[in-house]
Every structure is written in C-alpha cells, then in structure tokens.
Design a protein around this ligand. Structure first.
Ligand SMILES: [Zn+2]
Length: 115
C-alpha cells in the first residue's frame, strides 16, 4: 500500500517535550503576542491530557495556542491594562495604550429640568 501524498507538509512535534520547553521558556516570565508592545502576565491553560501551555493571564485572545510561535517570553514588566488591573505588583503603565470605555458618570441635573 502506498502512503497518501502529503500536500501540505506538517511539522511533527512531541507534545510532552514541547510543553516542557514552553514551561522552561515562560516560567517566571511574561509574554508578548506577536510583535505587540503590550506585555501580559502569564497563566497556564490545559492543552493535551495533563499538559499545559502559557497564555495571557488576562485571557487576551489571539489565533493559535502557543504552538504557532506567536508568543514570546520577556522579562519586561507587564503593561497590559487588564493585567495591570489583575496584578498591579507586576505591571507598569504604558504610554499610548488608551482606554476603550470610560466609566459612566452621572448626568448632572438641574432644578429647571424638573417639572
Ligand atoms: Zn494582559
């Protein structure tokens, strides 16, 4: 029997050794997604069986699950606003990261508006 033709070559990896390598790279570090300037705290998400991979602690999404090489470890302080809110001890403010939504402020009322 002839093996099926593999049209798209796939890299093979051993999940356990990959998870160990990720743990070694990200333990005690923070992470960036792609080329972003935003640095996130790290938490661990279940992957295969009892293996885990690093993900942003604030649950920022991206396409992939660390197996695509989109995440890089860094020792820079976290500057993600969500991570800052979750863990102020590990974070620093970053210039240029804006607030998407300001908290609602009550509308001032005046006596003349009331009937
Ligand atoms: Zn974050």
């Amino acid at each position: 029997m002839v093996a099926p033709l593999e049209l798209i070559p796939r890299a093979r990896l051993d999940p356990a050794s990959y998870a160990r390598a990720q743990a070694a790279a990200f333990a005690g570090h923070r992470l960036r997604i792609g080329h972003s300037r935003v640095v996130h705290d790290v938490t661990w998400r279940d992957w295969l069986g009892d293996l885990q991979l690093p993900v942003p602690a604030c649950h920022q999404s991206w396409s992939g699950l660390a197996t695509t090489g989109d995440l890089s470890a860094t020792t820079d302080p976290a500057n993600c606003r969500k991570c800052t809110a979750r863990n102020p001890a590990t974070t620093t403010a970053v210039a240029g990261q804006t607030t998407l939504f300001e908290p609602a402020t009550p509308r001032p009322t005046s006596i003349s508006e009331t009937p």
